[in-house]
Design a protein around this ligand. Structure first.
Ligand SMILES: O=C(O)CCC(=O)C(=O)O
Ligand SMILES: [Fe+2]
Length: 266
C-alpha cells in the first residue's frame, strides 16, 4: 500500500512549494558569520574606518561595485563546516523525514570554487548566502533551478551525491530568509508553475551561462508572482526544481540576506 503523504509534502506537490519554521538560533549563527565576513572584507580595503562600528548597510554602500562583484563570487559565500553540518541535520530531520525519505545529501561545491577560495575543501557543501544591495541589480532573472542543474552538469560539475538521484524529482530547494526579508523583498514564486509547460532559455551573461524564461511567457504571467507571507515571519521556503521564481530587486534601505541549499532525498 502506498504511504500517505504528510501535510507538508501534500502542499509541496500541489503548489510546488511550502513554508517551514526555521530555528532562530541557527539563523543568528548564520547571520553572525555573514556579518563578520562582510566587515572583514571592508576592513581589508578601508583599514582606518574598520574600527568604528558602522551599520552593514553603510559598509556595503562604500564597497565599489567591481570589488563587490569579485568578492561576492559564489565560491566566497559558502558557509563554513560548523554551520553546514547544522543545516544538514536540520534539513534531514525537518524535510527528508516528513517526506518519508531515509537518505538525504547536499551537493558539494564546484571544483572552480575550491580553486578560488582556499577555505573550501573537496568535501565542502554548496550551502551559501546571498546579499542583495538596495537599488543594485544584484538579483537574477526569473528561472527554474532545474535549468541550473542542466547547465552545471553539462559543464562537468560533480555534485558528489553518494547515491543515484534525479535532479528534478529527488531534489528540494531551500531558501532561508536571514535579514531584510520583507513581503516586498523576499523570494517570489509562481504557485503551481512546476507543472506548467513553459519556454526556458539560457543566457550568456558576464557571470557565465544563466537560466532564464522567455520574455513573452513572463510578461503574461507577471501578475502571478507572489511572495509567501511566512517568509517575512521567520519561516523558510522549500520548492520544486521546476517552480518558477525570482528574487526581486528592491529600493528600501536594508540589505536583503538569505541562504540557499539543495537537498537531495531518496
Ligand atoms: O534570492 C534570490 O535572489 C534568488 C534565489 C534563488 O533563485 C534560489 O534560491 O533558487
Ligand atoms: Fe533559483
Amino acid at each position: 500500500m502506498a504511504q500517505s503523504l504528510s501535510a507538508i509534502e501534500e502542499q509541496y506537490r500541489e503548489n510546488g512549494f511550502t513554508t517551514l519554521p526555521f530555528p532562530q538560533d541557527l539563523r543568528l549563527e548564520m547571520l553572525e558569520h555573514i556579518e563578520t565576513h562582510i566587515r572583514e572584507l571592508y576592513a581589508f580595503h578601508n583599514e582606518k574606518e574598520a574600527e568604528r562600528k558602522i551599520s552593514l548597510e553603510t559598509i556595503v554602500a562604500k564597497i565599489p561595485d567591481d570589488i563587490w562583484s569579485q568578492k561576492m563570487h559564489r565560491g566566497f559565500r559558502m558557509f563554513p563546516k560548523k554551520i553546514t553540518e547544522k543545516l544538514r541535520e536540520w534539513a534531514h530531520s525537518c524535510i527528508a523525514i516528513p517526506f518519508n525519505k531515509t537518505i538525504s545529501a547536499v551537493n558539494a561545491v564546484d571544483e572552480k570554487e575550491i580553486t578560488l577560495n582556499p577555505k573550501l575543501t573537496q568535501e565542502s557543501l554548496a550551502i551559501y548566502w546571498r546579499c542583495v544591495r538596495p537599488g543594485k541589480p544584484d538579483a537574477g532573472r526569473p528561472h527554474r533551478d532545474a535549468t541550473f542543474w542542466v547547465i552545471e552538469l553539462e559543464q562537468g560539475y560533480n555534485p558528489k551525491i553518494p547515491f543515484a538521484f534525479d535532479y528534478i524529482k529527488d531534489c528540494i530547494k531551500v531558501w532561508i530568509p536571514l535579514k531584510g526579508c520583507t513581503p516586498k523583498t523576499s523570494l517570489q514564486v509562481i504557485p503551481k508553475s512546476h507543472r506548467m509547460n513553459l519556454p526556458v532559455a539560457v543566457d550568456d551573461t558576464e557571470y557565465g551561462r544563466r537560466p532564464n524564461i522567455e520574455k513573452t511567457w513572463l510578461e503574461s504571467h507577471e501578475q502571478d508572482f507572489a511572495s509567501p507571507p511566512e517568509l517575512s515571519q521567520g519561516e523558510c521556503i522549500i520548492f520544486d526544481m521546476d517552480l518558477v521564481h525570482r528574487g526581486p530587486t528592491h529600493n528600501n534601505n536594508e540589505l536583503r540576506i538569505s541562504a540557499e541549499l539543495s537537498l537531495v532525498v531518496r
